[in-house]
Design a protein around this ligand. Structure first.
Ligand SMILES: [Zn+2]
Length: 489
């Protein structure tokens, strides 16, 4: 049974959704004032994998990722760029979406923009004022933390610590230093909306409370985000949502570790640490980047460095080679294989090597244990090695025993089933480093297959000529015991 670590209880808990069979999941998205760097993609890839696994377990999952399209940072950046907040937000959101699509993050059901939920935000703000949890002051509206004894329960801080940690603002308009803004009065020239409290715009925290309850209901299952959001953002979300509705907010709080570059926090104030996702995607395959985010446990920090990506790319060659081998032996592409999409799939009496079944079970056990994707990915390597061994011992290249071949095929279908859960190997790789396209890859695969037939016919002179001419074009062929691979450059 699936268990997941809940920041609220600080323990692993069995997963029990509010409504049987359904899951509502909300993950805090970006403030769209600058294009996505590598750190922005960690959460999307992790929670995309969480959704994939929940769907595989049979849940009907609704996943919401919000876009904060109004904020001080956007106002400042739009002024610098000589553009409007709206144009900046749309441009940066488009970049975010393109990066996610490239990494196979395709399960988001709703991507609400804060500016599209002003009536809901104002209704919640007014409700909190009416119930005595919030007060209007100097054109702003603040949540009064002294009215909520449970404030601090998510971040496990006591109120005194919160008071000490709160940013002391040099105004007399807040009753308590830890009180936070639900609505901010606007300055002249800033984007603003009319409200009973005067013209202004929403505070950051209230957006997420208003949008999640509108799209998922007041009590939903999973709320996710980066570890840096636990306090104050998520703490404030919980207190204002529960004070407003009188109901529990999210049952489970999942927080992913943050990405560092060579051990340093990624920060716009340290430009050497900012690596744009659009740049990385020009030189690295989406699978390598996705594997980077899934190799560590999601609650731990992920350290990025070029060596780390090269190491992962070398590791993933094991799979490329197996997929080429599968295609040579069966004439089918691994990437188009139909595989089971549910855990309770009935395999009937399909013959599969025992070792493959055992590894499948281990993979599912790892995922059930708080989405241990790192452990699960390690098991996929074992599974690929096991399939290669089966093909070696069955001498599939030469003997061609149809029973052994069909067992190998079935084992590969199990590999396809499990790689789909991690969202890996969705498409045949494009060797983008040299600007090659999909057709080039297919043509090279075809040439390699023809050359293998030439070698089988013992025409070594022609086989060598093909290799040498390809080398001259910058394509290196590697003859290995399990077949021939190619690489560009
Ligand atoms: Zn949020």
């Amino acid at each position: 049974m699936l268990r997941l670590y809940n920041t609220l209880s600080q323990t692993k808990e069995p997963f029990l959704p509010v409504t049987p069979g359904k899951v509502g999941m909300y993950v805090c998205g970006p403030t769209v004032y600058s294009n996505s760097h590598i750190g922005h993609m960690v959460g999307p890839v992790i929670f995309d994998t969480v959704k994939r696994y929940l769907v595989y377990l049979g849940y009907d999952v609704t996943w919401v990722v919000n876009i904060t399209d109004i904020d001080d940072k956007l106002i400042v950046q739009a002024q610098k760029d000589g553009t409007t907040v709206k144009e900046l937000a749309e441009r940066v959101t488009a970049d975010y979406v393109v990066c996610m699509e490239a990494l196979g993050v395709d399960g988001i059901d709703y991507m609400p923009r804060a500016t599209e939920y002003i009536p809901e935000i104002l209704a919640m703000t007014q409700g909190l004022v009416d119930k005595g949890f919030a007060y209007a002051s100097g054109g702003d509206v603040y949540f009064d933390v002294t009215k909520a004894p449970e404030y601090g329960k998510l971040s496990h801080r006591d109120p005194e610590e919160l008071q000490a940690g709160a940013r002391i603002e040099p105004t007399a308009i807040k009753r308590h230093p830890a009180d936070f803004a639900l609505w901010k009065g606007s300055k002249p020239g800033e984007p603003s909306w009319e409200s009973p409290f005067g013209p202004g715009r929403p505070g950051w925290h209230i957006e997420c409370s208003a949008m999640s309850s509108k799209l998922l209901g007041e009590h939903f299952d999973i709320h996710g985000g980066g570890l840096d959001l636990v306090f104050p953002h998520h703490e404030n979300e919980v207190v204002q949502s529960e004070s407003f509705s009188g109901k529990p907010f999210a049952t489970y709080w999942m927080h992913n570790g943050l990405l560092t570059k060579n051990g340093k926090k990624i920060s716009k104030s340290d430009p050497g640490t900012v690596i744009l996702m659009s740049d990385l995607l020009k030189t690295h395959s989406p699978d390598v980047l996705r594997a980077l985010f899934l190799t560590s446990h999601y609650r731990r920090p992920i350290d990025y460095g070029p060596d780390r990506l090269d190491e992962l790319a070398r590791g993933l060659h094991l799979f490329d080679n197996l997929f080429h081998r599968y295609e040579r032996l069966t004439g089918q592409s691994f990437y188009t294989l139909k595989a089971p999409t549910h855990r309770d799939h009935d395999f009937g009496d399909m013959p599969v090597p025992t070792e493959v079944w055992e590894l499948r079970q281990k993979f599912l056990d790892a995922m059930d244990d708080d989405f241990n994707t790192g452990g699960a990915l390690g098991i996929l390597y074992d599974l690929a090695r096991s399939l290669n061994r089966h093909a070696d011992t069955g001498k599939l290249e030469s003997a061609g025993d149809p029973t052994e071949l069909s067992i190998f095929k079935n084992g590969t279908i199990v590999l396809r089933e499990l790689t789909n859960i991690l969202g890996l190997f969705r498409k045949a790789p494009v060797t983008s480093a040299t600007g090659s396209d999909e057709l080039t890859g297919k043509l090279l695969d075809l040439l390699v297959t023809l050359r293998t037939q030439v070698r089988k016919a013992k025409n070594f002179a022609l086989s060598d000529e093909i290799r040498d001419k390809l080398t001259a074009l910058g394509v290196t062929l590697e003859d290995r015991p399990d077949g021939t691979g190619w690489k560009l450059g």
